[in-house]
Design a protein around this ligand. Structure first.
Ligand code: SF4
Length: 956
């Protein structure tokens, strides 16, 4: 698409330019309040529009102003009044319009037949999908379908994805949150009640110390605006990262620990804090439960700084220094991302962070808390809607009571919904996850056992990346095994091109989120309304339209389905149903557990209009119609007068003013008889009206708030979580640990901890680890592999690798390798190398590998290599660009491509959530031309591992 005006032309000629440029200068001085009506008037006169929209690049949720004329997005101006980013953007945000205008967009629906991609109409595509779904349902039952939902779509669309599978009659639905922060939800939720970021990005400026377990300067760039503000105000930065990252470069202390040893490191710090009496006794006594159990574990000699040094590699002296800094610079905040979550004990990693904050009394305080920085722009919204195989929206779970609650919200009969499932048992059984759905689709081929009547026969892949999933070899096979694969995305997502099959794939062009509209929740639980910037390009459609149209099509085979699915929307057609209706009539009615009742659409939109009244210090409105509200009405927002809760568990301010407390979620008494009610202001959540508050549709909680009572009660945070596999976190070695000497002392979970089946598949973690130990493979794979983000790319990279600006800024997939390690292997900077791991030997003959460029850098220590995970388009060194559709008027091949690193991830799954292990693997690196030599040299060792894996029957 050619843009006729340059920015300079625009500024010279347009009437609005004066308003924009003048306005920005004045905003920069911070002394102007510009009325929305004036702006609108100028826009109407000039034909140019400034559209407030939200970046889709990550979960910081930066606002931007899109400059639009004649339905064309011309460029981006800073949205100075958005309190989250005050106009700042990283390269992903600043080039957002190039995603919409990308020359690599998918323009129309396509079907693969006889090895060729063919253009088809929407009607035909949806008809084929509906018919196949019906046939599969008739033949195999509803559980033969797996639905990969999305953290990239709006919250109401995510909600509709979950609702769709409920009405379809299966819990086989999951999305990115499973493999990014499911362990955050389990870890934080089991400690103090809610499984989300406790504070928000802006609040970090109030911290006196920040301890990072991630690399926000590259992964969440604009968050660093607030981190720098904290640093300017004197905060001390401690960076825990195996790499010398850009965050480490500006930190005061760098703890370079071995991946997968987070708990040992945190415990070393806690050990030192307790030993010196630096913990907050009063806080622990009044607001927590189970300190004595934790103390018994953490004060073991295993966690003395000297022993922790032996496990983590961090010098004891540095551990002591970190403990001293944290104890003497309060409040401190803990910040982390996927480097901490993606482990087979990720839930316990995250618990250890929360426990550190309980120990220091830093929970429920400005500048404190545990700040999980989530990935995709709406992963918090999609998580809240539970596009997850173990729960209905708003974390209700799958119990009969939960189903009855949501049936009431949906205005459908519970018995009818029950009849949609193959049985009541299946209705309450957790479905497949993103981590192991591939086992469900390939089980027939390998003879693996499943906990459902049939294998997966249809996969719907909607706004999900493939490259971020581990064991990619099996994922490829899964895509090749099913009868139909449906991929919905603005670009041709890897799922449509990776499988080597001649037919059975349909791809549907969803428009980008900038061409639609809806609600989006950032990592700090702040909800923003994303306006439509331009109308959908080409023959793409909005996600909601596609889903509702599919339900309408299914109605032909499944009479009455559409009417039931849209019962609350008065018989409207798919194109007539508004996002706000879904939001106000269902989501904010049923999502009581997390207090979404007050987050009505009109309030969120009003905040956008009066954005200039919000402070960046505390995200609060001062004056105007939103006076007293917090930006984004972060949940819990108990009713339409409530301002939102920007900082969870803060008991020093009234509930009506955003106060809160630890939830009463596990009863009022622990199994040992100790009270679980707060020692400051004890309150059981059932104490007013006697209602079961989580199911109280229509409740406004006014009585609670008037009496300064929290609807979720005033309870205690738990050091000891008796319902978890490890009630108190303890160090465990990764399944394929590089430290064979530590495996027996710190083993992975016993097989029994996963039950007979875990989310419908077998998991035999300990057997697997024993096979690894017996095979003694560390000579073959002596290096540790980890992965992370590049500033320029996002998720699986389908969008960003097809954005011409970002592709130019970061065109390469690579592996970072230390100069000494590279020299020992004859590798020079820029050489093509093979990164090989023992993955997939459990079912395949050859180990998994990737072929990538070597980036020789001292940023990684000698024992570590690092790869970014946004890449695809090449499989084990072979490009598969010829499998992307190319027609006369469309070329969907990504501009830049590379091998997907998660093919080499190690086995290992968190027993609470089935989180995959994609941060602490083992590997070797050789020059690409030496790969075959390497495989021959170690043939007998590889055979030995295969034999051990089969002996231990790790896959059944
Ligand atoms: S990618 Fe994240 S940090 Fe960058 S502009 Fe977008 S929301 Fe902000």
């Amino acid at each position: 698409m050619k843009l006729k005006l340059t920015r300079r032309d625009f500024l010279k000629t347009s009437a609005i330019s004066l308003a924009v440029a003048g306005g920005l200068l004045k905003y920069a001085r911070g002394d102007i309040v510009r009325k929305a009506e004036e702006v609108q008037k100028k826009e109407q006169e000039s034909g140019y529009k400034l559209v407030k929209t939200i970046c889709t690049g990550c979960a910081v949720g930066c606002g931007m102003l899109a400059v639009v004329k004649d339905d064309q997005w011309l460029w981006i101006e800073p949205w100075i009044n958005n309190p989250i980013n005050r106009g700042k953007l990283c390269c992903k945000g600043a080039s957002a319009n190039y995603i919409v205008h990308s020359p690599r967009r998918l323009k129309y629906p396509m079907i693969k037949r006889n090895g060729k991609w063919e253009k088809i109409s929407w009607d035909e595509a949806l008809e084929i999908i509906a018919k196949k779904l019906y046939e599969v349902r008739q033949k195999y039952g509803p559980d033969a379908v797996f639905f990969a939902g999305s953290a990239k779509v709006s919250t109401e669309m995510a909600y509709l994805q979950r609702k769709f599978m409920a009405f379809w009659g299966s819990n086989n639905i999951d999305h990115q949150a499973r493999i990014c922060h499911s362990t955050t939800v389990a870890g934080l939720g089991n400690t103090w009640g809610y499984g989300a970021m406790t504070n928000n990005f802006n609040d970090i400026r109030n911290a006196k110390c920040i301890i990072f377990f991630s690399n926000p300067s590259e992964a969440h760039p604009v968050s660093f605006y607030h981190i720098y503000e904290a640093k300017k105000r004197g905060a001390i930065l401690i960076c825990c990262d195996p790499r010398f990252s850009r965050t480490a470069a500006v930190s005061d202390l760098h703890l370079q620990f071995r991946p997968g040893t987070d708990i040992a490191l945190v415990y070393g710090i806690c050990h030192e804090i307790i030993k010196n009496g630096w913990y907050d006794e009063e806080f622990i006594r009044q607001r927590t439960y189970g300190f004595e159990y934790f103390k018994e574990e953490v004060m073991k000699e295993d966690y003395s700084p000297e022993n922790v040094e032996k496990i983590t590699g961090v010098p004891a002296e540095k551990i002591r220094r970190a403990a001293y800094i944290l104890a003497h610079n309060k409040p401190a905040t803990v910040q982390y991302a996927m480097g901490a979550t993606q482990h087979p004990y990720g839930s316990q990693n995250i618990r250890s962070f929360a426990i550190l904050q309980l120990l220091l009394g830093n929970a429920g305080k400005p500048g404190g808390g545990v700040n999980a920085f989530r990935g995709h722009d709406n992963v918090q919204g999609a998580t809240d809607m539970c596009v997850l195989s173990h729960s209905l929206p708003a974390y209700y779970g799958l119990s009969e009571a939960a189903w009855k609650h949501w049936c009431k919200v949906w205005n459908v009969d519970y018995e009818w919904i029950k009849s949609r499932f193959s049985s009541e048992e299946m209705m309450q059984k957790k479905g497949f996850t993103m981590s192991r759905f591939a086992v469900g689709a390939t089980a027939e081929k390998y003879g693996w056992k499943l906990d459902q009547p049939s294998p997966i026969k249809v996969i719907i892949w909607w706004g999900h990346s493939t490259a971020s999933i581990g064991d990619l070899k099996l994922v490829k096979e899964a895509f090749e095994s099913v009868e139909l694969l449906v991929v919905v995305d603005p670009f041709v997502e890897t799922a449509a091109a990776l499988p080597d099959r001649p037919d059975g794939i349909i791809i549907l062009p969803a428009c980008t989120e900038y061409e639609g509209e809806g609600f989006v929740t950032n990592s700090g639980r702040q909800i923003q309304w994303r306006n439509r910037v331009v109308s959908p390009r080409f023959d793409s459609r909005e996600d909601m339209w596609i889903l509702l149209k599919l339900v309408e099509k299914l109605d032909k085979y499944d009479p009455g389905l559409y009417a039931k699915f849209t019962a609350n929307f008065g018989g409207k057609k798919p194109e007539e149903i508004r996002p706000e209706e879904v939001w106000d009539k269902e989501i904010t009615v049923g999502s009581i557990t997390i207090g979404m009742l007050g987050q009505k659409s009109w309030r969120i939109k009003r905040q956008q209009e009066y954005d200039y009244t919000f402070s960046e210090e505390d995200c609060r409105a001062y004056g105007g119609p939103c006076d007293g509200e917090y930006w984004g009405l972060p949940w819990p927002c108990w009713n339409e007068k409530h301002p939102g809760t920007p900082i969870l568990y803060r008991n020093d301010i009234p509930v009506w003013d955003g106060g809160h407390d630890f939830r009463v979620k596990w009863g009022t008494k622990a199994p040992d008889g100790q009270s679980l009610l707060s020692g400051v202001n004890p309150q059981d959540q059932l104490s007013i009206n006697g209602v079961k508050w989580v199911f109280a549709i229509g409740e406004t909680f006014e009585d609670y708030i008037k009496n300064n009572m929290v609807p979720s009660g005033r309870g205690r945070a738990r050091f000891y979580a008796w319902n978890m596999k490890d009630p108190v976190p303890k160090h465990r070695e990764p399944l394929y640990s590089p430290r064979l000497d530590l495996i027996e002392k710190y083993p992975i979970y016993e097989d029994e901890k996963y039950g007979d089946f875990h989310y419908r598949v077998k998991i035999k973690a300990r057997s697997w680890q024993i096979a690894w130990l017996n095979a003694k493979m560390t000579e073959v794979f002596p290096l540790i592999w980890t992965s992370g983000r590049q500033v320029e790319h996002m998720g699986g990279g389908a969008e960003t690798r097809s954005n011409p600006i970002l592709a130019e800024l970061q065109p390469h997939m690579y592996v970072e390798i230390n100069p000494k390690t590279a020299n020992e292997r004859g590798i020079k900077d820029g050489d093509m190398v093979a990164v090989i791991s023992p993955r997939s030997l459990e079912y395949d003959d050859t180990p998994a590998y990737i072929i990538v460029r070597a980036r020789v850098t001292p940023a990684v220590p000698e024992w570590l290599v690092f790869t970014p995970y946004h890449w695809a388009g090449q499989f084990q060194g072979k490009p598969y660009l010829d499998r992307f559709p190319v027609t006369d008027d469309m070329d969907t091949r990504p501009i830049v491509y590379g091998d997907s690193c998660n093919i080499v991830n190690p086995p290992g799954w968190d027993p609470e959530t089935q989180m995959q292990a994609t941060k602490s693997g083992i590997c070797n690196v050789v020059r690409a031309d030496k790969l075959q030599e390497f495989l021959s040299q170690y043939k007998s060792k590889i055979e030995q591992l295969k034999a051990e894996l089969r002996k231990m029957k790790v896959m059944e």
